[in-house]
Design a binder for this molecule. Structure first.
Ligand SMILES: [Zn+2]
Length: 62
């Protein structure tokens, strides 16, 4: 028997830039806006404690 224990929600997301197709890793608790390193498109904005993604997550990893 096991209980589900919530894990801390800090992860990295692998995002793909909708503008240029560049893939980059974004920390889920990033404290500032995240922009594409190639074309400067905004990929995520921050809210209270977690980021708001503006593009699809390709992959999540801890
Ligand atoms: Zn880009």
């Amino acid at each position: 028997m096991s209980e589900l224990i919530p894990k801390p929600k800090t992860k990295f997301y692998r995002l793909k830039c909708p503008g240029c197709g560049n893939e980059q890793n974004v920390f889920s608790a990033a404290s500032s806006k995240v922009r594409c390193l190639v074309c400067n498109t905004e990929l995520a904005a921050t809210s209270a404690s977690k980021i708001k993604l503006k593009t699809k997550i390709l992959k999540e990893h801890d």
